[in-house]
Design a protein around this ligand. Structure first.
Ligand SMILES: O=P(O)(O)O[C@H]1O[C@H](CO)[C@@H](O)[C@H]1O
Ligand SMILES: Nc1nc2[nH]cnc2c(=O)[nH]1
Length: 291
């Protein structure tokens, strides 16, 4: 086992981890899935599973948050080879931003072409309700504004260019596919689209912060996803992402509501089945080079 003390990982480090994994499974995934808080049930849908605990994977960080099991699961979803992170990493766990996004580069080196991410998020858009599923069309990367971008540091051209474009970060065809699939499944009433804002966490927002984010154009707020999306786009993978609106963000000083992680996990449980069906149906419709 390699020591897990570094902030950044080289191409060779990522390749060593990818090769270690590829030597232990015949699954050659085209789709990589990242499960948000309380949304790890998606991984259970994979057939013919080969699963690894994060603690056993060279270079991998460990999950420390309740609702993130800490397993990398390979398998097939309706015959399509996939790899699924049952639990992700967050800045507030104390990891560097390069470390929390390392698995995305490993996805790339495993042969993944499309990354699908889910998260739990607080609703800022006043038309959103708890239990809505928001197709992410764009993000506000607040840690990035402050210089904390996962691509900071030396750029390795084997992954991608120094200055990657992000105006097309969220694949528009996949967004349309999600809308169409959602309509077919009868999810029209709770399927929305919007802008996701990432903050460092782990404290939830103050009223003033929430009002500011709403004014800036954010529809939902969370503590993940955008760094993973940046790294995925940098190395040329297609990206699709969903937020489950697990709570309404408190925007009013008179409100007695208090954001809490238990509510986040509870809403995840209540909507998990629909979210899983939406993602798994999409997986069967995404075209890759050899299917
Ligand atoms: O983004 P995911 O991993 O779904 O988790 C969300 O839920 C947690 C807060 O309840 C935070 O970690 C936030 O980012
Ligand atoms: N920052 C933040 N993250 C969340 N994750 C789930 N709900 C929330 C929220 O209200 N705020």
């Amino acid at each position: 086992m390699f020591p897990d003390t570094k902030n950044g990982y080289t191409y060779e480090d990522c390749k060593a981890t990818a090769d270690w994994l590829l030597a232990q499974t015949d699954v050659r995934p085209k789709v990589g899935i990242v499960c948000g808080s309380g949304l790890g049930g998606l991984a259970e849908m994979l057939k013919d599973q080969v699963a690894f605990n994060y603690k056993d994977i060279p270079n991998f960080p460990q999950s420390t948050v309740h609702g993130h099991a800490g397993r990398l699961v390979f398998g097939t979803l309706k015959g399509r080879p996939c790899v699924c992170m049952q639990g992700r990493f967050h800045l507030y766990e104390g990891y560097s931003i390069q470390k929390i996004t390392l698995p995305i580069r490993i996805f790339k080196l495993l042969g993944v072409e499309t990354v699908m991410l889910t998260n739990a998020a607080g609703g800022l858009n006043q038309d959103f309700k708890v239990g809505d599923i928001m197709i992410i069309k764009d993000h506000l990367n607040m840690p990035g504004f402050a210089g904390n971008n996962p691509l900071s540091g030396p750029n390795d051209e084997r992954f991608g260019v120094r200055f990657p474009c992000m105006s097309d970060a969220y694949d528009r065809e996949l967004q349309q596919m999600a809308m169409d699939v959602g309509q077919e499944l009868g999810y029209g009433d709770f399927l929305k689209e919007g802008v996701y804002c990432v903050l460092g966490g782990p404290s939830f927002e103050t009223v003033a912060e929430s009002r500011m984010l709403h004014k800036l154009g954010a529809d939902a707020v969370g503590m993940s996803t955008a760094p993973e999306v940046i790294v995925a786009r940098h190395c040329g993978m297609r990206v699709f992402a969903l937020s489950l609106i697990t709570n309404q963000v408190v925007m009013d000083y008179d409100s007695v509501e208090k954001a809490n992680h238990e509510e986040v996990l509870q809403t995840g449980k209540e909507r998990a089945e629909q979210l899983e069906r939406l993602v798994s149906t999409m997986v069967t419709k995404i075209e890759h080079n050899n299917n």
